[in-house]
Write a protein that binds this ligand. Structure first.
Ligand code: NAP
Length: 451
């Protein structure tokens, strides 16, 4: 091929931008990359997943920005692959496509009452407090109103994030880039009791110690743990002994279980060995029934029959994200990922020429942001190894795709458009003494980017 390879990366979260980074930081093969996102803004979960009070993790956007700033990389926001343009159509313009569109949905509990008013997915709450343009603001704010007690189901880092955000004092969130309506709703909240509930023990929890510790340091919150929950069975004790991360988690929870009862205004009850079996209420959530569990020989939670009813008005299901299929792309419905072999998308046992996958939609929703760097470069290594046999795009001029999109009524937002949004968010934040305030409204974002 005499021209540069043209590669589309679908999704501008960390995996997508790390893929663009790997594609353009090598010098053997000239490559031009379009990073396409359905939102008008880049950065995916760095913007809409990482908790707004975790500034140091969020600052990874400064690294990602440097990749979007490269001359060989172009950002095309506000373009939804599968709706505005199909994968088949994209093959007209690109020699290869790397799917990094993440896991936008949530896993279900599969228990009665899951759809009652007052039972929400953590992903929806996170979207709301991060100012995601598609967050259902009215539904979340209605669910939060008049709530004193909350059950958060799951003991991963997302559960820890939502617990912390709900229990923090307004002064502990004031510096964040959360939209003002979010800060106002959280400041008006009546929540004083949060139950963080794991179906297995502290040795099986997936939170990380640093994040866990923060829960014990909140200004207005006493943490309550039943010492019985820190008595480890032999398998858990062996797991803790052989793994520093597990033993540190157990130690944090054990220290909490030994604390004197405090007199702070809010209580965080951290519970283990509790499996939700029923969310109860007529018009809205009134309580949740938890069955006591024990671990079987494989470490799975098995119900023991004993139950407890906890009065709560809000249940937040934080049991994991789930990937969604994309039209024209193979999908493994059991694992909710795009089937692949070292990042090459596979259909009926063979690689699909020119189609690759990286990030959560490749391996499932696990790992920290940095995990995606290695994962994306492994996929890019497969793509580069295939460079000579990629199906050549018939219309690979730089403007072909943007012209096609414009002709089909799609207004793609470029990096310059994003920079205008970025500047407006920083200016809005400055009016309130903050570094930034996230603008959540799609029309406003598009207007800023295109004016
Ligand atoms: P996760 O770590 O997979 O945690 C899911 C939790 O849900 C687990 O405790 C799991 O328990 C529980 N669960 C699953 N099905 C359940 C059911 N039917 N009933 C009761 N509990 C159930 O997922 P996540 O918290 O959504 O986080 C996703 C990824 O993002 C993780 O890799 C996480 O570390 C990362 N993340 C990192 C940060 C950070 O670094 N600060 C922040 C947020 C997210 P079992 O183990 O028993 O299945």
């Amino acid at each position: 091929m005499t021209r540069s390879l043209r590669v589309a990366v679908v999704g501008s979260g960390p995996s997508g931008i790390y893929a663009a980074d790997s594609l353009t930081s090598q010098t053997d093969i000239p490559i031009a990359v379009d990073v396409i996102d359905k939102l008008p803004v880049p950065y995916g979960l760095v913007r809409y997943g990482v908790a707004p009070d975790h500034l140091s993790i969020r600052s990874v956007r400064n690294t990602l920005e440097k990749v979007l700033d490269r001359p060989e990389v172009r950002f095309l926001g506000n373009v939804e692959v599968g709706r505005d343009v199909s994968i088949d159509q994209m093959r007209q313009f690109y020699d290869a496509i790397v799917l990094t569109y993440g896991a936008a949905s949530d896993r279900r509990l599969g228990i009665p009452g899951e759809d009652l008013f007052g039972s929400i997915a953590a992903t929806d709450l996170v979207n709301w407090y991060c100012g995601h343009p598609t967050a259902d603001r009215a539904a979340i704010e209605a669910a939060l109103a008049n709530v004193q007690s909350v059950a958060v189901i799951g003991v991963g880092n997302v559960a820890v994030d939502v617990t912390r955000v709900l229990l923090k004092e307004p002064s502990e969130l004031d510096y964040t880039d959360m939209p003002q309506h979010v800060l106002d709703a959280l400041a008006a909240s009546d929540i004083t009791q949060v139950y963080l509930i794991g179906r297995r023990g502290p040795a099986q929890a997936t939170f990380t110690t640093k994040e866990l510790r923060e829960l014990g340091e909140l200004e207005a919150v006493d943490v309550v743990v039943d010492p019985v929950d820190v008595v480890l069975d032999p398998v858990s004790a062996a797991a803790a002994e052989g793994d520093r991360a597990i033993s540190r988690n157990v130690e944090v929870v054990r220290e909490w279980s030994q604390r004197e009862s405090g007199a702070k205004a809010k209580k965080l009850h951290v519970r283990f060995y509790g499996k939700p079996i029923d969310i109860v209420g007529d018009d809205r959530v009134e309580s949740i029934i938890i069955e006591r569990t024990a671990l079987d020989e494989n470490g799975n939670a098995v119900g023991t029959g004993g139950t407890e009813t906890i009065p709560v008005q809000l249940v937040i299901r934080s049991v994991g994200y789930r990937g969604l299929p994309l039209e024209g792309v193979p999908f493994d419905t059991d694992r909710a990922v795009v089937p692949n072999d070292e990042g090459r998308v596979v259909a009926n046992g063979s690689p699909v020429p020119g189609l690759y996958v990286a990030g959560w939609i490749k391996r499932g929703p696990s790992g920290i942001i940095g995990t995606n760097k290695k994962d994306a470069s492994a996929t890019v290594a497969s793509l580069l190894a295939d460079a000579d046999v990629l199906p050549e795009a018939p219309d690979a001029s730089v403007d072909a795709v943007t012209t096609w999109l414009a002709e089909h009524g799609v207004e793609a937002i470029t990096y310059a458009g994003w920079q205008a949004i970025d500047a407006a968010e920083m200016a809005l934040g400055a009016t309130r003494g903050r570094d930034r305030t996230t603008i959540h409204d799609t029309d406003q974002l598009i207007a800023l980017a295109t004016s």
